[in-house]
Ligand binder design. Structure first.
Ligand code: COA
Length: 748
């Protein structure tokens, strides 16, 4: 999936509570592999490199020839630029590519970087596409995945299913721990498997300006975190000798969680749904200046006298510091910087801090705040999070229910529903809805909060934070888990020495309470703005398209172009994720789906004077052009990551931004009003995500054999776009194309 790395983010940020004035250094902690903004390049070698030769034997991501990229840029921009602008655009592109010019210099630098690194794009992409992203993680970064709905008849069935889900995922973890994830191939070539090893036991960490990722050794994690009614529990899934719990034991663990959390807890989890800078600041307040895992340092700080409201959040005691019990004096005019001597040395008082001239006393063990730091550290270290959700509002069946489930996975449905029953920073969260069933109540009403509910709501799915991996590896793990759930597997022997689930408490101060309300307001506003529709396209699936000797992916893409063109009367820059996993540590590049050929297809379809035979020709040409571009991208010859690399090098080398990167030939042709992704699955699942620009659409699809699952999103605040209209338009475009092929078979 694409993220908004190059987009001018017009959607405004909520107000941060307070502003950090100093740059934050992130320290590594004992139990994490490393905590770093360049996390995967600095941490110990990836499993792909550690465990076998497949990482070493994979080719390094190439740097495409500059002229080739510039030619392709010009071609892809042609349908998007007014014809009057074409010759000026061509000149800008040519100037950039002149021998000895700026492009040439940057290309040279990029080739040097490529020679020195395992993957020249890796760190840049992680930062630019993910960690630098400042808006919220739900909707914008974390996709949701809807799995086939279950029909539970009572709560026991639901918890038994959830227990099996855990068992299925732990079954996959055995492959990960043994570095035995089956090698995958694309077109006969092996793919980089590194992403698989980053999905479990990892977590995004909010930091000002740029987040980090914590990746824990999977040997360390013996627990999952279960969230129910906003309560957090650490649930051991292995016994004292390291054996996995039986399904029955897992079920008993979940039962204990549900019984011990009958009413709603303060919605602390919703803080993770906020904008990243705000959450980064709140997270410090929540932990009283102590980074999770840094027990014993920040947690002893307490500001005396009630008039210092909020001050604790602004004091940060750095690692190794012994300030406890000392008097700290904040000196007048000493804004933002820790002093240089005495007890000042390691204490930083931040700008805008009210405390100047006042005495602050640091007390030993005076605060209850370590609770929060420890809770957060437990969540971060856990293998994954299981959300036992409350039922979503009752809907009809079919696509309406499908859309509600998609929303539930993508963002939790808002503060009134399940958005607080999450820890959005966690890489992998699986959820099932818990509905409490009672034979006593026959009214058909759904009631919340541990009260009885009649009806069974078997929504199942996941939400995952995107830093670690693309959809396909996540879906492969989920496919395995779901297949396991559906199969009759012999239960394991009960493990010995099973610990009861431990509740992970949060201490909520008035300041945090305020932050929770602000976060709830923020995410509710975002959710009310996003229109997300999930639907099943039933007329045909990929087998029909293949029977026409066409690529299903390309067929969907060119018809997305038609759907957009019919709605908006013009073509638009379109992003499709294309895999770079043929290369070591490869992630994705952009398949630019809008092409001269796709535009010709749109024009032909809209022209009554064009014969059916010519329309079919146009369709086949567009599909062929898309398939060709896809092959180029997956073979490292795309243009978007290449141009991004050149642009970032200019900035890193403090060069003036080259005119190319400010010209519409580049900016408009990369303003992705249509952001799309194919995420296939063995099961009837569907991934969904929000539109990446304010006036655009997000579109994801899982082409099954005889039907296709689609999700489409758009922002309600934009009057030009509508997910509902797009649903209609893509449905019509696809069925028109099918009719065309069927009725004119002989002419195709
Ligand atoms: N005639 C008949 N069959 C054809 C065909 C043709 N002309 N062209 C393709 N097919 C078949 C393929 O052999 C394949 O068959 P299978 O179902 O038996 O495997 C099937 O159609 C699908 O091929 P196609 O539709 O062309 O797509 P693809 O599977 O090659 O996928 C991408 C294309 C771009 C999605 C893929 O290359 C990719 O990069 N995926 C990663 C996406 C990603 O990372 N997303 C991130 C999400 S967060």
């Amino acid at each position: 999936m694409w993220l908004r790395y190059s987009v001018n983010l017009a959607k405004t940020a909520g107000k941060p509570l307070q502003r950090w004035s100093a740059r934050q250094n992130v320290t590594s902690t004992g139990d994490a592999l490393i905590l770093s903004r360049h996390v995967w390049s600095l941490k110990r070698s990836s499993p792909c490199e550690e465990s076998s030769s497949e990482g070493d034997s994979l080719p390094h991501l190439p740097v495409p020839p500059l002229q080739q990229t510039l030619d392709k840029l010009m071609l892809s921009a042609t349908p998007l630029i007014a014809s009057s602008q074409l010759s000026a655009s061509k000149q800008v592109v040519e100037r950039f590519g002149e021998c000895g010019g700026i492009g040439d210099k940057l290309q040279h630098l990029l080739e040097e970087k490529a020679n020195k690194t395992v993957n020249w794009l890796e760190d840049w992409w992680l930062n630019v596409a993910y960690l630098d992203y400042r808006k919220c993680v739900p909707i914008n970064v974390s996709p949701g995945v809807v799995l086939p709905e279950q029909s539970f008849t009572d709560q026991q069935q639901q918890l038994r299913f959830a227990a099996k889900l855990i068992a299925g995922l732990l079954d996959y973890k055995v492959l990960i721990d043994g570095h035995n994830v089956p090698q995958e191939y694309m077109g006969g070539q092996p793919l980089c498997m590194t992403q698989y090893y980053k999905i479990l036991s990892s977590c995004r960490v909010p930091l000002p300006g740029r987040d980090a990722v914590r990746q824990f050794s999977s040997d360390d994690a013996k627990h999952i975190v279960v969230i129910h009614n906003n309560h957090f529990f650490s649930v051991d899934v292995y016994g004292k000798n390291g054996e996995q719990l039986s399904q029955d034991q897992l079920y008993q663990q979940l039962r204990s969680v549900v019984e011990r959390s009958p009413t709603l807890a303060p919605p602390v989890g919703i803080l993770t749904a906020n904008e990243r800078d705000t959450w980064a600041e709140v997270s410090k307040v929540l932990q009283a200046g102590c980074w999770g895992g840094h027990q014993g340092v920040g947690e002893d700080i307490r500001v005396l006298e009630g008039e210092h409201q909020g001050v604790e959040g602004d004091i940060r005691v750095l690692a190794g510091h012994q300030g406890v019990g000392e008097d700290i004096r904040v000196l007048a005019g000493h804004q933002g910087v820790g002093g240089t001597s005495g007890c000042w040395r390691n204490i930083r008082v931040l700008a805008e801090h009210q405390g100047v001239g006042e005495d602050i006393r640091v007390l030993r063990g005076a605060s209850g705040y370590p609770t929060n730091g420890k809770t957060i550290a437990e969540i971060q270290k856990s293998i994954f999070v299981l959300n036992l959700d409350r039922a979503m509002p009752e809907t009809k069946t079919g696509d309406e229910r499908y859309s509600v489930m998609a929303a539930q996975m993508n963002h939790g449905g808002g503060s009134a529903h399940n958005s607080a029953n999450r820890w959005f920073d966690k890489t992998l969260q699986e959820w099932t809805e818990v509905v409490v069933w009672s034979v006593c109540c026959r009214s058909g009403l759904r009631l919340w909060s541990g009260q009885f509910v009649v009806g069974v709501d078997g929504a199942v799915g996941i939400t995952y934070e995107h830093c670690a991996a693309e959809g396909p590896p996540v879906i492969a793990i989920v496919d395995h888990t779901f297949t396991y759930c559906q199969s009759k597997v012999q239960d394991k022997k009960p493990a010995a020495g099973v610990q009861e689930p431990t509740q992970l408490p949060f201490k909520v101060t008035p300041e945090i309470d305020l932050a929770i309300k602000q976060a709830a307001g923020f995410i509710d506003k975002e959710i009310s703005d996003i229109e997300l529709i999930a639907f099943k396209f039933m007329p045909f699936g990929k087998e029909f398209i293949k029977s026409q000797k066409l690529s299903p992916d390309a067929f969907v893409q060119v018809n997305l172009q038609l759907a957009y063109y019919r709605l908006h009367g013009k073509p638009t820059a379109t992003y499709e994720s294309g895999s770079l996993r043929k290369y070591v540590h490869g992630r994705t590049d952009t398949i630019r789906s809008c092409s001269i050929d796709s535009h010709n297809y749109c024009l032909a379809m809209q022209d009554k004077n064009v014969s059916a035979a010519d329309k079919i020709k146009a369709l086949r040409s567009a599909v062929a052009a898309h398939s060709k571009y896809t092959r180029e991208v997956t073979n490292g010859q795309g243009i978007d990551r290449h141009l991004l690399g050149l642009k970032l090098l200019a900035s890193e080398n403090k060069m003036a931004t080259p005119e190319l990167f400010q010209h519409p030939v580049y900016t408009d042709s990369g303003y992705w009003k249509l952001s799309t992704s194919q995420v296939p699955s063995k099961h009837d699942s569907l991934l969904c995500f929000g539109a990446v620009v304010n006036d655009g659409y997000g579109f994801c699809y899982n082409p099954m054999a005889d039907h296709m699952n689609f999700s489409v999103s758009a922002w309600r605040s934009c009057s030009e776009t509508s997910a509902a209209r797009f649903e209609e338009s893509i449905t019509t475009a696809l069925t028109d194309a099918q009719q065309l092929l069927l009725s004119n078979r002989s002419q195709g």
